[in-house]
Unconditional design. Sequence first.
Lengths: 177, 502
Amino acid sequence: MIPRQTDIRFTGIVFILAVLALLFSSQLIVEPPIPLTTDLLAMSPRVFPFLILLSMALVALIFLLSEARLGAFKAISSTENGNQVSTNFWRQIAFLIITIICALLLNRLGFITTMFLLMTSTSVLVGNRSLVQILCISILVPVSFYIVVTHVLRTALPEVDVVQRMLMSVTQLLPSF
Amino acid sequence: MIETLLAGLDAALRIDTFVWISGGLLLGMLMGSLPGFTTSMGMSVLVPISFLVGDPLIGIPFLIGVYKGGIYGGSVPAILISMPGTGASIATVFDGHELTKKGQPRKALEMGLYASVISDLFSDVFTLVMIIPVAAIVLGFGPPEIASVMFLSLVIIAVTSMGPVVKGLLMLCLGVWFGFVGADPFSGMPRYTFGTNELYDGFHLIPMLIGLFALPEIFNAVKEGDISGSSVGRFVGERLRFDELKKSLRTICRSTVIGTGVGLVPGLGQPIAAMMGYIAAKNASKHPENFGKGELDGVAGAEAANNAVNGPTMVPLLTLGIPGDAVTALLLGAFMMQGLRPGPTLLETNGEIVFAILIAMVIANFLFLVLGYISIPLFARVVTIKRSLLIPVTIMLAFSGTYLARSNPFDIVTLIGFGLVGIAARSAKFDVAPMVMGFILGRELEYTFGQTLALAGTDWVRFALTERIGMTAVVLATPIVGVLLGVRMSKFRQRALKGEEA
């Protein structure tokens, strides 16, 4: 997708968001239940957001109108190779889905397992085809990082009991810091 | 103040501080040397590590080391494979890579190192000297003056961002709006929280920064696939002679002054300084026709200017809490995580730590020279490392860094959310730096503006024209500065584009 079309879409989304936030500001911003004096509350909680949203909508509108005057809304044929765009697009979508899934699973599966899944899939998506390299990086790096953070820096990372017990046998062998 | 400075000197002279600065410098040079890895991305994943070490005199100098090393490291791939490691090194490509083609990459890299160290040292000393009078002036500022200076800074940031002014303004507004999520600073009433407790405290800065800077880079790497410059980058050729360095000293001094000036203005940053330094060197040269064909002065001009920005950006950050660019926004996050709140009172409350950090910055330049000199051959090889080995490690650092900052699982959701915003903005060619500045300064601006209204009472005209003339002057000057700077910036961008094409 070429930037010209993408920036119009991005601005369009921002414009719609700003207009919606302006329209529903009474529901999205709660006013204080009791009236406060001007010493305590010189400005309503809605004033500044209103000014910013109005500016945002105006700036977005100016951009969209100037692009429309230049004829940018007309379809512009993509210069990239169709198959290449499609492969890259699906790779990126797959990366996003995996990232979101891993973010949601971090607390349930624990740090090491989630990072193993995330790093393995990212390695494959970036183009690494060496199984040894992928496994080495995806196992050794999260395990070492986990040990350094929990044992040396004494900070907790989310981890399931089974893995924690397994790693405890390793950390017990290390000198305490 | 002198006692505080001396106490800061005493606090700065610690072995562990220098060990961590050295580590930061090496990591920064590593990150900068890798094509596709930017300093902001590297710093964003390392900010939580700086917090975990606990002591601000270790954590902050470590990040400053990453910052300095990263800006110089970006010149390595720029010179060797014509691929700027960071935005700051774009101007270094013009002559640096031509020198590589002539078989003199070593000369170019050494010139880049010396120019960087000299300019960085000068600008850090300037920062150390400047911070005391600036802090004394700022100490007299009340909410009206702070609000007006923040307003001016936001306008400057928007008009000097990469790309058209409208885009910069839009991203700035978006950032300010994201800052509104959470409790209202005066009444404590929730805004845009959709009834959730997680959003009541608002978005945390660290996951936002990691999401905006690191995730889009990784997303882009997934699109581009595995790349490395293995076949082109080689570190060979003659060393830089002393007389060659001496000949370029004038250029280095000029670019240092340019970079120092640029660093003091929020929003401009290294890429603009480097381009200005390069153009100034070309204009002042007796042989401008040699520029773009492998002229050592071209490398010196660009590298001295981009590194001279590092120190002065700390002046508005430490005295007013205004970050000059994305990297100083990350430093602001690091300061806040360490319990230090940059602003007018920072020097009063934590003067010793501030001076210790600034002195550590000055001393770091000597380490930078030694480490840079020793490690140039090593980082010349780093260019050849496959990206597919580093991207998975980076994403792990992004996730774990986000979690470690507050041990709050919701921050991971924030990371992904802002990652998606960053990806969308990047693909639409919108600069996210104004958004970050808007997020940081917007809330503060609202708070100080509210305080100003409370101070002014009902007769705000009398208040503005008699009691707070400084505030009124800054507010009235803001549109003029904005328009003038906008016009100059668009001319400058055109010149820079022509330079790039040439």
